[in-house]
Design a protein around this ligand. Sequence first.
Ligand code: K1U
Ligand code: ZN
Length: 172
Amino acid sequence: MKRHIIIHPDPRLKKECAPVTDLSDSLRQLADDMLETMYAAPGIGLAAPQVGELTRLIVLDCIKDKDDTPRPLIMFNPQVISSSEETNVYEEGCLSIPDQYAEVTRPSEVEVAWIDREGNAQKEAFDGLWATCVQHEIDHLDGKLFIDYLKPLKRQMITRKKVKLKRQRARA
Ligand code: K1U
Ligand code: ZN
């Protein structure tokens, strides 16, 4: 089932999410719903708070080319365990902040540990877009948005635009 994506500003996008302690069928269903929602958007990642669930769960698939095999990843309790000194700048977007893009600097490589859909511990090193995306999604679990890396004035401009958008959508 496709879920509704929450638009910034919303207090649920600013909260720290709770770790998963018991991997239940309802959490597996939430992960599957999030993948469906992400592909439909379309997007390359999605975090549980973006669909209103304050739990440490992200999904991602950074394979953009339709001719390549998809690689959907479901990560419960994802954690960056090491980061490169080297950084990378990428023009990021966010499904919770539609039509707004800005350059963000992050470590270019990260090693991430997580629990997969079957409850197994996983660990993998990511680079390129995968590294950018997994860090963006883990930030969501700590109530942090990509606009929080921007100068206050630029952040305020984007937030004002999204307040207007939400008012328009509420009236429609
Ligand atoms: O977290 C999110 O809101 C998803 C976001 C992930 C992300 C994008 C760019 C850099 C870092 C993290 C998105 O998926 S925005 C949409 C997007 O980037 C995209 C959409 C269609 C095709 C390719 C990319
Ligand atoms: Zn986002």
